[in-house]
Design a protein around this ligand. Structure first.
Ligand code: PLP
Length: 481
């Protein structure tokens, strides 16, 4: 008997050693486990703090959202829908997903009898693809705002040489455009739609500074009984707070990302009229996706709780007011704006009259810690050398920037554009030569340190590390919007 015990002991020992080791590995903080990634995250946080974030599709989400993203919910498989899963152990997950759906109904003031909501799309592009799969067959016809006119890749983008987006590979796509004023040319859209007979017309944009005429879109869609789909990824925060026209009044399907003006995690949502519910849910899973990312869904839910507050409406009003001030100031400095202004959170500056490209100004801004992106404007033929820049106010407004702060931002942008002009005088047209001249440039270094000093006055998160499990981070965040 004793011999058997001794033999057993010998067999058990390695397992016991593992039991001791496993919790150690599982509990090791990132800083110790992987100092390289830890340090890169610290550097990125510093970059975000010291710079001026003007990319119109970005925002700073809350610690509460990030806490959901870094939670145990990431461990769980939950294919299917609440109450009808393919795996066990989803009692809590079902509550989270149902809560998220309920909060989405509240946030966008929708009736459950009228609209269905799927909160599982991993992100905006996937939400759009799933929405198309839900209503279209391969080679059906779609119409969306052309990418250089301000539309998104997933609205059917292709060039004369190549079908770029999967939405132009699997469907037959015809774009509509803005005209020389920068406004959507609805008459031309109607003419094209009459002959093209699209199955779906997509409205919504990534770089269009004005509101949309949904009534006109609906009337055009009705000509051939087309679906009307709005991709409100950029402006869903404005829709939820009733600070822009409401696409739900006219559309059959509405898609959104949740990380732009809605200020949540990177994810997507599909809303569809009730009669499309089954086909839309099927399209998300199993047609396009596998297991939903429940850590993201919890994060959307917690963000929608914030969206449903008066403070969030005040935040969005501030975003709009800041965009208007930025537009006015740039106009006063003599710059040309597409549509001469903005109704939303973004604006487009046309640099063509100055003989500058968006790429050069983007590069120079990067060297002084201002994040912007080059963007096509009306009349651009080459998508790789667009003549404009896109600016958005959602992110800096989350850091507490008000109108007078945006006057200062406009002044920094003015200095950046003027500096670009004088460097271009030396570099000529070559972007490579232009970029080369940005290095070791005293004027640039001076401007950068002024910007860093200015940005640092607006705390991003409190200064303690974003370690959500430590007690130090249990206090209320005091510096959000
Ligand atoms: N739709 C629009 C209008 C967008 O602007 C974007 C992203 O910029 C997307 C969809 C895609 O979202 P994601 O990057 O989350 O896939």
């Amino acid at each position: 008997m004793q011999t058997i015990f001794r033999q057993l002991n010998r067999q058990i020992r390695p397992v016991q050693v593992n039991r001791l080791l496993t919790p150690c590995i599982m509990n090791k903080p990132l800083q110790k486990h992987d100092p390289i990634i830890y340090n890169l995250i610290q550097l990125e946080e510093k970059r975000q703090k010291e710079g001026l974030e003007l990319i119109a599709s970005e925002n700073f989400t809350s610690k509460a959202v990030m806490e959901c993203l870094g939670s145990v919910l990431t461990n769980k498989y939950s294919e299917g829908l609440p109450g009808a899963r393919y795996y066990g152990g989803n009692e809590i997950i079902d509550q989270i997903e149902n809560l998220c759906i309920d909060r989405a109904y509240d946030a966008f003031k929708l009736e459950k009898d009228d609209w269905a909501i799927n909160v599982q799309p991993y992100s905006g592009s996937i939400a759009n693809m799933a929405a198309y799969v839900g209503i279209l067959n391969p080679h059906d016809r779609i119409m969306g705002l052309d990418l250089p006119s301000g539309g998104h890749l997933t609205h059917g983008f292709y060039t004369s040489k190549k079908k770029i987006s999967a939405t132009s590979i699997f469907y037959e796509s015809l774009p509509y455009y803005v005209d020389e004023t920068g406004y959507i040319d609805y008459d031309a859209l109607e003419k094209s739609a009459r002959s093209f007979k699209p199955k779906v017309i997509i409205c919504g944009y990534s770089a269009y500074p004005r509101d949309l005429d949904y009534k006109r879109f609906r009337a055009i869609a009705n000509i051939h009984n087309s679906y009307l789909l709005c991709d409100m990824a950029h402006f869903s925060g404005l829709v939820a707070t009733e600070e822009i026209a409401n696409p739900f009044d006219y559309c059959d399907i509405v898609t959104t990302t949740t990380h732009k003006t809605l200020r949540g995690p990177r994810a997507g949502i599909i809303f569809c009229k009730k009669y499309l519910e089954n086909q839309m849910n099927q399209a998300v899973f199993p047609s396009i996706q596998g297991g939903p990312h429940q850590h993201q869904i919890a994060a959307i839910a917690t963000q929608l709780l914030e969206v449903n507050t008066p403070e969030f409406k005040t935040y969005i009003q501030q975003v709009k007011s800041n965009a208007r001030v930025l537009a006015q100031c740039l106009f006063c400095y003599g710059y040309t704006l597409s549509t001469d202004g903005t109704d939303n959170h973004l604006l487009l500056v046309n640099l063509k009259p100055l003989g500058l490209t968006g790429s050069k100004v983007e590069k120079l801004c990067e060297s002084i810690n201002i994040s912007i992106n080059k963007n096509s404007v009306f009349g651009d033929s080459a998508a790789l050398t667009p003549s404009g820049i896109r600016l958005g106010t959602a992110a800096l407004t989350s850091r507490g920037f008000k109108e007078q702060d945006f006057e200062r931002v406009a002044n920094y942008l003015h200095q950046a554009i003027q500096l670009s002009l004088s460097i271009q005088k030396v570099s000529g047209k070559s972007l490579k030569e232009f970029s080369h001249l940005l290095e070791h440039n005293e004027e640039i270094d001076e401007l950068k340190s002024k910007i860093n000093e200015f940005a640092n006055k607006f705390p991003l998160y409190d200064d303690r590390s974003l370690n959500f499990n430590s007690e130090a981070n249990c206090d209320d965040a005091t510096n959000s919007d």
